[in-house]
Design a protein around this ligand. Structure first.
Ligand code: B16
Ligand code: MG
Length: 217
């Protein structure tokens, strides 16, 4: 009874949202755009290119493609600077025990992330070996809520969508899992993730009984 357990990265395994925020804030600040933590919520699970468009929209700024390309490079360089010091201490609470339990039960594990920096981050926090498949922002053409990233992950694991379970912290990601007919598990707040089939504030609340239920059904 093998299931595919697909994990989002940012906001599920690690809290890189705070680094994305700092890097975007620099760009926004230089352009005189006010960019608050509430605005940052809207960028979760959203691609880098789309994120910049959302920020420019906030400031009602029309930019040339050349400018946009330069800001995208700047943002990523700045973001990578914050990642330099990342190590396993940045894995969010409860994630490692869940990964280990699923591994021990012989379940298939995949990453399904919008980030083009997913692999180096998994290496930095030293958990890349848990993953049987990795699908990230370099592999897909359609961003969440399009289910492409999760569909590809399940396909790489040779497991049907109905037998796939997705852990997500973003609205777009939960919608993508639901569209793909996968089991959606929200990690975060009910007020934001009410479309999720199951919801937990974080991984410390996910018990092995719950994982067994998912595996057996
Ligand atoms: P990058 P996830 C997403 O990762 C982030 O939530 C989102 O804020 C970010 O813009 C996107 O990755 C692209 O990241 O600039 O590193 O390619 O949550 O899908 O793991
Ligand atoms: Mg996320």
């Amino acid at each position: 009874n093998k299931k595919a357990f697909i994990f989002d990265l940012d906001g599920v395994i690690v809290d890189t949202a705070k680094y994305h925020y700092l890097a975007w804030q620099k760009i926004a600040g230089a352009l005189g755009i006010e960019f608050t933590p509430e605005h940052n919520e809207e960028l979760k699970g959203v691609s880098r290119v789309r994120s910049l468009d959302i920020i420019l929209n906030l400031g009602k700024i029309n930019a040339t493609q050349e400018d946009k390309d330069r800001w995208l490079v700047q943002k990523n360089e700045d973001y990578l600077g914050y990642l330099v010091h990342m190590d396993e201490n940045e894995i969010l609470p409860g994630v490692l025990p869940v990964l280990q339990y699923l591994k021990d039960q012989g379940q298939a594990i995949a990453l399904g992330s919008a980030s083009k920096n997913a692999r180096p981050i998994l290496e930095k926090v030293n958990i890349i070996s848990y993953f049987d498949a990795i699908v990230d922002g370099n592999d897909v053409t359609n961003a969440k809520p399009d289910p492409e990233v999760f569909v590809q992950a399940a396909r790489l694991l040779s497991i049907d969508a109905e037998k796939a379970i997705v852990f997500e912290d973003s609205v777009a990601g939960i919608q993508a899992a639901n569209i793909a007919n996968m089991t959606s598990i929200g990690i975060g707040e009910e007020s934001i993730l009410h479309e999720a089939q199951y919801l937990f504030p974080d991984f410390t609340h996910i018990e092995t009984d719950f994982l067994d239920m998912l595996i057996k059904r």
